[in-house]
Design a binder for this molecule. Structure first.
Ligand code: ACO
Length: 433
């Protein structure tokens, strides 16, 4: 087979001027043109709305190949991590780049467990939210609120140990905050962490337990939630992660940067899609379950309806996470003895869309959000909590990306623009005389 020749430079011709731009190749053979000097050399900038062709950074955390449906954290395939690892180990791997030894793992778990309690005064802020406030709005505010309780850990240039402590604190307190949000929505008293439990069980205990110590978590549920958290743990430079890095690039502290990530994740085109999927499936069900009608609506450019949980900016073959989640969904529901009619609708919808030319042509496949909500629902979470659960899973990724960005001393993120507004004109009094 003929070997592909990779040029060292790209030649750019602008009128009679020619410039050479270096070619940069990633460890998995990803090809890029380094345009760092483009404006200095030519006066031009690039225009790339939605950053569809722009690599914002070099990163050693997550690799994904959208054409081949590959996702790896620090080189380890997502399928292997989902089957054999657990969320704490994956968080360690993302934070520090290598799998922990047994001692490193128990030290990490011990440190994280030690910080699960949230300062009692944070509750005063929390109590101000109306009980029907959206969980993502509450989480975003609470994350920023936490920063005011740790003034010593706001310095993004602090030493390794201080940064480490802040990351562990945020990781440890997140399940406590998320469980409070759920408890408030159902009018129950919040629960405090019980540190005899592991990360996921403690979260389930605080979310679904009542004030008693004999909470027994169903191992099927612990396992399902752990897997979902692993599958959401990082996804390279997606909208919320890029936001975390962008905010962090101004040297904002990790709490503020993560809060910004939560805000970005909230949107229905990103993490908010998991809530929208269930709402869509419910709507289709109550409308009589005519899947073909809704597929037609999704294709109609005059109809704002889109198939939520379908399509992805980078996956153009299949989303490996969706494949694992679909199977987990079947397992969990059958083990819990639940028959959820919306799972049938989801499967029919997937089947109809995958046969339809519109979806085939545009390479639109189910994404991570298509089946995850059905599992969350089977566990007992209300729909409005789904995106918060996504945030809980994505947290190690946000923190690791923030850390990597600071350690590589990235410059402040500040894109340019092409101005298309009015050209210079003289001011004339019209309204004020
Ligand atoms: N239903 C119907 N048509 C769709 C869908 C969909 N879910 N997704 C994309 N298309 C169509 C677009 O209308 C467009 O058609 P056109 O070429 O005729 O104009 C084409 O497919 C390309 O879509 P874009 O929106 O240009 O693709 P982009 O990469 O910008 O967007 C996105 C990706 C936002 C995920 C999109 O597919 C979408 O809106 N999906 C539904 C929301 C969703 O599930 N989001 C979660 C994504 S995963 C995550 O963030 C965790």
């Amino acid at each position: 087979m003929k070997q592909k020749v990779i040029p060292q430079n790209a030649l750019l011709k602008l009128g009679d001027k020619e410039v050479e731009l270096p070619v940069v190749i990633g460890t998995e053979g990803e090809e890029s043109i380094d345009i760092n000097k483009l404006r200095d050399l030519t006066g031009y900038i690039t225009l790339d709305s939605g950053y569809k062709n722009t690599g914002a950074t070099k990163s050693a955390i997550t690799f994904l190949d959208g054409e081949l449906g590959i996702l790896r954290y620090r080189g380890y395939p997502i399928e292997q991590l989902a089957e054999k690892s657990n969320f704490m180990e994956v968080a360690y791997l993302l934070f520090y780049g290598e799998l922990p030894t047994a001692d490193e793992y128990s030290d990490f778990v011990e440190k994280t467990t030690k910080h699960t309690l949230v300062h009692e005064d944070v509750k005063k802020f929390f109590e101000g939210f109306p009980s029907n406030a959206h969980p993502m709005g509450q989480l975003c505010s609470l994350m920023c609120t936490l920063s005011s309780f740790y003034p010593d850990s706001l310095n993004p240039n602090a030493g390794k140990e201080e940064i480490d402590l802040t990351m562990i604190r945020i990781l440890a307190k997140m399940p406590t905050l998320v469980s409070w949000i759920h408890k408030k929505s159902i009018g129950h008293q919040v629960m405090y962490p019980l540190n005899k439990y592991d990360y996921v069980t403690n979260f389930l205990y605080m979310t679904f337990g009542m004030r008693s110590e004999d909470y027994i978590a169903d191992p099927v549920i612990v396992d399902a939630l752990d897997k979902l958290l692993i599958l959401h743990a990082d996804h390279e430079q997606n909208c919320s992660t890029s936001t975390v890095r962008m905010v962090g690039s101004s040297q904002a502290n990790p709490y503020a940067s993560v809060a910004a990530g939560v805000a970005a994740l909230w949107g229905p085109l990103h993490g908010g899609a998991n809530q929208q999927v269930i709402e869509m499936l419910e709507k289709i069900k109550s409308d009589g379950g005519n899947v073909a009608k809704w597929v037609e609506k999704a294709k109609d450019k005059n109809d704002p309806f889109r198939l939520m949980g379908f399509g992805h900016r980078v996956y153009k073959n299949f989303d490996p996470r969706a494949k694992i989640i679909k199977q987990a969904c079947d397992n969990v529901l059958s083990k819990l003895g639940i028959h959820d009619p919306i799972l049938d609708i989801a499967k029919q919808l997937e089947e109809a869309a995958l046969k339809d030319e519109y979806f085939v042509e545009r390479k639109l496949y189910p994404n991570v959000d298509f089946y995850s909500g059905i599992i969350y629902r089977a566990i007992g979470f209300p729909t409005e909590m789904f995106t918060v659960l996504f945030a809980l899973g994505r947290l190690p990724g946000w923190l690791s990306q923030w850390k990597e960005m600071r350690e590589s001393n990235e410059p402040i993120g500040r894109p340019r623009q092409i101005y298309v507004g009015a050209t210079e004109r003289d001011y004339m009094n019209i309204a004020i005389r």
